[in-house]
Every structure is written in C-alpha cells, then in structure tokens.
Design a protein. Sequence first.
Length: 320
Amino acid sequence: MMNALYVAIGVLLLTTGGEALIRGALAAANRMDVSPLLSGLLIVGFGTSAPELVVSVDAAIHQQPDIAIGNVVGSNISNILLILGLCALITPLAVKPLVLRRDGVTVVIASILFLVLVGGNALARADATILLLTLVAYLTWAYWTERTGVAPSAELHKAEAQEISTLPKSTMWIFMAIVLGLALLVVGAQVLLKGAVGIAESLGVSQAVIGLTLVAVGTSLPELSITVIAAFRKHADVAIGNILGSNIFNLLGILGVSALLQPLPVHERILQFDQWVMLGTSLILLLFLYTGSRLSRLEGGLLVFGYAAYLVLSFTVFGV
C-alpha cells in the first residue's frame, strides 16, 4: 500500500510540476517575444515530456537503467495506443496528413535509430551523442522549414502554444511557476521511483516491466492532458502533433541525455519485445497519416484494445 501511495503521490507531483513548468515557460516566452511557432515546437511539444526526462535521468544516475529506458519506450507506446486511442474515442480525429507527415516520419526514423544503437545490448555515450545530434538536426530542419513556409505545419505548432490558457502574468508568478515546476518534477521523480521499485520487488517482476507500464503511463499524463483538451476542442492536428513531438523528444532527447550521463544496458525483454511494439505502433500511425484523413472511434477502440493486450503480455509472457 505504501508503494502504491508513493507512486500516486509521485505522479501527482510530476503532473503538477510539468503543468507549472509549461505555463511558466510559455509566459516567459511571451514576455521575451518568442514566436508562437518556436513556443509550440519546443515548450509545448517537448515540455510535456519533462516528467519522462526527470524520471529517466534520475533513474540513470541511480543505476536503474531498466526504468530509464523502459520509461521512454513504454511512454512512446502508451502515447500512441492509449492516449490517441482514448482521444479518438472522445471524438474522431480528422487530420491534414501533410501537416504531420514530417514528424511522423521522424518518429519512425528515431525508433529505427534506437533499434540500431541498442544492437549491442546497451546505449553508450557515443550512442547518446548520435541521438542528441539527431535531435538538433531535427529541430533545425523543423524550425527552418516552418519559418520559411516550406512546411505546412507552422500553424500547427502555433496552435499548440494557444491550447494552454491561464498563464501567469507578473514576473514574480512566472519565476515562481518555473521554479516550483522544476522542484515538483525533481521530488516527484524520486518519490515515483521509490514506489515503482518497491512495487516491482513486491510483485516479483522486473524493474523493466514497471518502467514500461506503471512509470511510463504516470509520466505521460501531461501529454494526455494537452491531447485530450485538443480533442475536445476538435483540434485533431494539435492532438496528434503533440504526441509526435513528445515521442521524438523521448527517444532522441531523453535517452540521449540519460545515456550521456550514464551508459545504459538494455533489458533483454525490451530487445525481444517492447522495441518492436514501439516501432510497430509508430508505423501504424505513419500509415494512417499517409493513407487516411481520420482516426475513427472504431480505430481508437482498436488502439486502446491493443494497449490492453500489450499490458497483459507485459505481466504474463514477458513479465520477468
């Protein structure tokens, strides 16, 4: 019971901290006249991944590589299957494929790059450098193409920044939101990890299983919040674009920073099962973006069912 309480408190602190950090950062960006395009691309698209970043970095520092990697891989799986599936159940997601193709392709490329780099059963510092350089290349490409009007997704990232309202107004409240957000993220990560490790030990399952499921879903709540809000407002492109941006940053940024601080051995079950599920879900979403213009309630239900099946397999067939 205490471990479950630790997890619940950790998730609450991470979610609250992530929200405060995003709102404070957006308000600061507005004060400094940062373009809505850059705010949406960086602060919102990647800011929702702040809990995953803090948890994975903390796990890497404390020699818990299974949670550090499992958190990222599991978050990418749950983002597509669970969060987009739930949003499609709320309202069918009609999208403009051209707006999202670049980021959809990047998610697949990042997933394949992960598979290649972990072929040696670990992410070394050299691998981390490759991931971070790829992230810098993507950000440069994205900002240049959108600023020059080559890509049609500039309006999408501007809209992402506009999805979040009620920003702090005064300089003092902006500063407090950022500092409080960072503090809650750090404390929340430590509390969540304490509870997650305790649950893994009590259930007799590996830390990788808990990282891929419980921790991954807990740290994905900011993505869920922004995406559900966008779905209710009928902003389907923003909903899917937020998931794509988060998945890109998870793989390239979070794993890059974590492995740069501490080389990360990869658990055998991730090599055998989870990395392929992550790639498969990315390909399914990319296929949808290229061939369809709508994620229906039926398809959303199938995605959620797929996540339920993934959880069952995680705790049975691949539970060790």
